[in-house]
Design a protein around this ligand. Structure first.
Ligand code: UD1
Ligand code: MG
Length: 417
């Protein structure tokens, strides 16, 4: 949760009841402007993507047109998000939805009220882009539109529940279940196949090439949504980590989709990957807008609204695109973080409210604690680091996991499936 409980539990005199009744004598200063230089550097990474779309593959012109219209709308979504975040920040601060930067405790920055739950802006802009884009999607298959809308309903439901969590501070065990409720629209509307292709090395042992999982497939889809959302939410707590991991994974998903479209001749297969692109391009664009405010030093926090929203969008993109195994390899750092977290999540070892490293205000460095997270594991292995340096290490690791996934796919192509 954001401000309310933190303000009370930290014994801060500006707790909710006090703040609500008294008009603020000193209005909060406006947040720092977006970090445009950083965005400019990141935009270089879009070159290989557009090279693949325009030159490397001969993509069907109608499909290419839909992808480019979606990209254009995502760009518009990016600018709207950049414009709206400072506005929304003023409103959330007015309603006491803020957090203190724990990794700056003991310094002057640690006393600044950082607006919380700005993922709500990203979620709303994403949904508007997603809804409007249907007008430009030229597929004749209406079943796809049903599933596309069901996917948007999941993302909308998840954003709502994430915001509820930020405002009400839902207990941990309940929190874990929220995504399974939000995934219901897609699970109920899903009319696609429920079969899996058996890996070639196993075919001779099992005797079949394709296995129909029926309702178990839907259960798997639900579990994937629960995993993607929660795993992003618990790999967090450093400035920019939540958004940047999403940016890295979404970029990898886009590359994967375009490579699959370019290499395939099957229209249904291409359409599945195109739908995944239509969901992930706006996710990436709006996330980059949030990132420009959330990178170190954060002038806004993303809240559980964003972590749940981003996790759910990637999960539904993986489900509709039928590449959940690949998605799980992109999520390798999150899988490792989840495994390290299991003893605390299961209650075997006590789990504190925050499992963050220890900050030393004298040196400005973080030291790893014994809490089971990848963040602490990196610090224990690599030694003390500044928050920014540690975040960069974790993001390079995320990018390496994505590269490893592409390499593995290349290595196993034709042999595995
Ligand atoms: C999850 C983690 C928790 C971690 C927290 C950080 C588990 C079981 N829970 O809890 O260990 O501490 O995320 O997001 O693993 N914050 C910062 N710097 C940042 C981002 C967040 O100090 O860069 C702090 C702020 O006080 C912010 C708060 O974390 O208000 C947000 O925490 P919240 O998202 O509510 O925590 P959980 O998702 O419940
Ligand atoms: Mg969180």
């Amino acid at each position: 949760m954001a401000a309310r409980k933190r303000a009370v539990s930290s014994g801060d005199p500006s707790s909710e009841s006090t703040q609500r009744k008294q008009p603020q004598e000193h209005p909060d200063p406006p947040i720092a402007p977006p970090k445009w230089g950083l965005l400019l550097k990141l935009s270089i990474f879009s070159i290989p993507y557009f090279y693949l779309i325009f030159y490397h593959y001969s993509i069907d012109p109608q499909l290419r047109r839909s992808i480019l219209i979606n990209a254009g709308m995502s760009l518009a979504g990016f600018f709207v998000t950049v414009r709206m975040i400072p506005v929304a920040s003023r409103y959330v601060l007015k309603r006491n939805l803020f957090g203190y930067d724990i990794n700056k405790k003991g310094t002057s920055q640690g006393n600044v009220k950082v607006p919380e739950s700005l993922g709500i802006v990203v979620g709303i802009v994403f949904l508007v882009v997603g809804i409007l884009f249907q007008y430009f999607n030229f597929t004749a298959d209406s079943n796809w539109l049903v599933e596309y809308n069901a996917a948007l309903a999941c993302v909308c439901f998840m954003t709502l529940l994430g915001f509820v969590d930020d405002v009400l501070d839902v207990p941990w065990r309940v929190k874990l279940l929220l995504p399974s409720i939000a995934a219901l629209p897609l699970l109920m509307a899903y009319a696609g196949h429920t079969t899996i292709v058996i890996p070639k090395p196993l075919v001779q042992h099992i005797g079949i090439e394709i296995l129909d999982l029926g309702w178990i497939y839907k259960l798997y889809m639900g579990l994937l949504a629960v995993f993607c959302t929660n795993s992003i939410n618990i790999h967090a707590g450093l400035n920019g980590l939540e958004v940047r991991q999403t940016v890295v994974i979404s970029s990898a998903i886009l590359m994967h989709n375009i490579m699959q479209i370019g290499a395939s001749k099957d229209p249904e297969y291409k359409q599945a990957h195109a739908f995944s692109i239509y969901l992930v391009q706006p996710l990436l664009a709006t996330s980059l807008a949030l990132f420009s405010f959330n990178w170190y030093p954060s002038s806004v926090f993303v809240g559980d609204t964003y972590t749940y929203f981003a996790g759910m969008t990637m999960a539904v993109a993986g489900i509709l695109g039928h590449f959940s195994e690949t998605l799980l390899i992109f999520f390798l750092p999150q899988v490792l973080n989840f495994l390290l977290s299991l003893p605390q999540l299961s209650g075997y070892i006590p789990c504190p409210r925050h499992r963050l490293p220890r900050f030393d205000p004298q040196t400005g460095l973080l030291t790893g604690t014994n809490d089971g997270t990848l963040v602490n594991f990196f610090l224990r292995t690599l030694g003390r680091k500044s928050e920014k340096a540690l975040c960069v290490y974790l993001l390079v690791f995320q990018a390496l996991a994505c590269c490893f996934c592409f390499f593995l796919r290349y290595l196993l192509a034709g042999w595995y499936k």
